[in-house]
Design a protein around this ligand. Structure first.
Ligand code: ADP
Ligand code: MG
Length: 357
């Protein structure tokens, strides 16, 4: 087996590379009936130019997560840093000015102002931000409307447009101040599939021209068009390697694997500690030369490969390769908890025993 380069989606970009960075973010809503943890210790980094989709069941925390990035909502604990600015400490006023320069937001229900023409809707954020000269705002707005195919209806009121056209106008409005980042929360949730495809084509083109896009969607086929698919389940962000390696597991199953994993970096030559399961993120694991048991797996495990051990001590037969190894591992007690919480996950994984992402 060759030591292939790791699939990008197995690991997140490092903090130093991140345009969007969430560190230890919790969101706890207080309600009369008690507290509710909508986000649980989210660690997330997104690099400039990435197209990232956010998927998960209704109520899993997708909107709450993107509202942290836009500053529409604030974390209860943790840090949110976007394009170099720590959002936690900004006042509401400072936040809306910051947002105007840095982010375009697209919502499921368009949210155009009904009394203004489509063109005026697109010009409004320019008037708020004052980034472009007043004399050039109208022609800039018209150019954006041309880009989304709406120049012919620029002077109409939003109500005269179809849903798809209104969403395209909302995208033009989000681009008014040429922000580096676009955040879209279920942008196609209210559109038929043909119109949704048109919106996706606009998004893909924007990403090709350097925009960073974070898009929440229910639709898995749309989510797959992104560079990276995030899965959020009951307020937990599933480790990207779990999503990439076992995309067909249920979200509940992914959550169980996520909860019980250990993240470990091994220096070159270091022995893998006793484990029931291991997934290699970076580097490789090399087997020893002796075979303590006739049927023991003796192939090297390259980045992207995973393996289950019948007995935890058998893991010690593997050592990190010359470049070291970065692995996720599940030890005996993690495996036991997994077996209790989600016996189906264990059975599914055991039926494969090992593989390559
Ligand atoms: P999604 O977008 O994935 O459907 P949300 O992020 O909107 O989910 O909500 C996640 C959970 O947080 C839901 O259970 C929701 O009821 C709860 N929630 C969201 N906003 C509030 C709020 N302002 N107060 C109380 N609970 C909230
Ligand atoms: Mg939502």
């Amino acid at each position: 087996m060759s030591l292939a380069a790791p699939a990008r989606a197995l690991i997140q970009p490092g903090a130093e590379e991140a345009l969007i960075l969430l560190k230890g973010v919790w969101k706890v809503f207080k309600m009369p009936s008690g507290t509710f943890e909508a986000l649980k210790n989210i660690n997330l980094s997104i690099r400039a130019g990435e197209f990232v989709s956010v998927t998960g069941k209704s109520g899993s925390g997708k909107s709450t997560l993107v509202n942290m990035i836009t500053g529409i909502d604030r974390p209860t604990r943790g840090e949110v840093r976007v394009n170099g600015t720590l959002l936690n400490t900004l006042s509401e006023g400072a936040l809306s000015v910051w947002r105007g320069h840095n982010l375009g937001i697209v919502f499921q229900f368009f949210q155009l102002l009904p009394m203004l023409s489509v063109l005026e809707n697109v010009m409004l954020p320019m008037d708020f931000c004052n980034r472009y000269d007043p004399a050039e705002r109208e022609s800039r707005a018209m150019d954006l409307l041309k880009m989304v195919g709406l120049e012919k209806v620029a002077h109409k009121l939003p109500a005269a447009l179809s849903g798809g056209q209104q969403q395209c106008a909302a995208i033009a409005r989000a681009l008014a101040n040429d922000p580096p980042i676009l955040v879209a929360d279920e942008p196609t949730g209210n559109l038929d599939s043909r119109t949704a495809a048109h919106v996706m084509a606009i998004f893909t083109d924007l990403v090709a021209h350097g925009k960073t896009l974070v898009m929440v969607t229910h639709d898995l086929s749309l989510a797959q068009q992104a560079h990276r698919v995030l899965v959020i389940s009951d307020g937990e962000l599933i480790h990207p390697a779990i999503v990439a390696t076992w995309p067909h597991l249920s979200h509940a199953a992914m959550r169980h694997l996520n909860r019980h994993l250990h993240d470990l970096r091994l220096p070159p030559g270091a022995e893998l500690p006793p484990s029931r399961g291991v997934l290699v993120l970076e580097g490789s694991l090399q087997p020893g030369t002796t075979r303590p048991r006739p049927r023991l797996h003796l192939e090297p495990l390259a980045a992207g490969a995973w393996h289950l051990f019948e007995r935890p001590e058998e893991a010690g037969h593997f050592r990190a390769g010359p470049e070291g190894a970065w692995v996720l591992r599940w030890d005996e007690s993690a495996w036991e908890r997994l077996r209790q919480d989600a016996p189906d996950v264990v059975t599914t994984l055991q039926s494969h025993r090992g593989g390559q992402a």
